[in-house]
Design a protein around this ligand. Structure first.
Ligand SMILES: [Zn+2]
Ligand SMILES: [Zn+2]
Length: 284
């Protein structure tokens, strides 16, 4: 299967301290498999956020000081590879309740350079403070709280993110991330109800949902979101983008051929392409 109309909008690089390779390595990997577009979506800085407790945020993202060089390198490479691949520039933003304006204060300086923004929730606040539920180092905390606490908390925070009038983003990343370690709640019915409500909200807010193949490399061995959620998304006509969540160049476009086949079976025939925050549908 050809990947020629496809784009990978979710790639990281060495700047976040838990990924390998630089932007050009990811571009080369994308060209090699024939992608039409590659999106840089590295983690936006955490250092200025409040309420981080003891989380090792230094390992989660670039620093604010590194933003200008991240952007200028992406722009330079966009020109260099212009006739081989389209380079798109974005960030993966951490949603923190009530801290939208602090994020915007930094983001606004660069916003005219940005093609797309992903909104994510990785951090939750439990009775022992802020923790990162998808970080291996917090698996003990995850088990202590249990999936029946983690899932509803996560989806409640996601709901706040989606409803926020100040949090500026285009794409909901890895929608059902709490399943990463293959842990599931016992009370599945109430979670399903939350998910259905969220999907309608996402549609109403005119947002895009990422089909993230990173989950296929994790314990759960399944993309985010799961197929039954994607089917509901299709019923609601929610647009999608593809993301590998690559933290190594060789993960670019990870299992896109398999995913596209199934997406087409469900009825999806288009994916979104971003250009300076404007959307275009591309046939797959
Ligand atoms: Zn990462
Ligand atoms: Zn993420």
């Amino acid at each position: 299967m050809s990947l020629k109309n496809l784009s990978d909008y979710h790639t990281h690089n060495y700047r976040c301290k838990h990924a390998e390779g630089d932007l050009e390595d990811y571009i080369k990997a994308a060209i090699k498999i024939g992608l039409a577009e590659i999106g840089f979506c590295d983690h936006f800085p955490y250092e200025f956020l409040k309420d981080l407790g003891n989380i090792p945020y230094q390992d989660y993202s670039m620093t604010v000081n590194e933003i200008p060089s991240y952007i200028s390198l992406a722009e330079e490479l966009r020109e260099k590879y212009n006739n081989q691949i389209q380079v798109k520039l974005g960030f993966e933003l951490e949603y923190m309740i009530g801290q939208e304006s602090a994020i915007n204060q930094i983001l606004e300086k660069f916003i005219d350079k940005i093609d797309f923004l992903f909104g994510s929730v990785h951090l939750l606040k439990g009775n022992k403070g802020t923790w990162c539920f998808d970080d291996n180092r917090y698996v003990k905390e995850y088990d202590l709280y249990g999936a029946d606490i983690v899932y509803p908390q996560y989806f409640q925070k996601l709901e706040k993110m989606i409803k926020s009038t100040e949090f500026d983003f285009d794409v909901v990343s890895h929608f059902d991330l709490p399943k990463k370690f293959n842990k599931f709640p016992e009370n599945q019915d109430s979670i399903t109800e939350m998910i259905n409500n969220l999907l309608e909200l996402i549609k109403k807010q005119n947002l895009v949902i990422e089909i993230n193949t990173g989950g296929l490399r994790k314990d759960v061995k399944e993309q985010y979101p799961s197929w039954n959620i994607i089917e509901k998304m299709h019923d609601l006509d929610v647009p999608i983008v593809l993301g590998s969540d690559a933290h190594m160049p060789q993960e670019v476009g990870y299992k896109f051929d398999e995913i596209i086949k199934k997406l087409k079976e469900i009825g999806y025939s288009e994916i979104i392409s971003f250009n300076k925050r404007k959307r275009k549908f591309v046939e797959i």
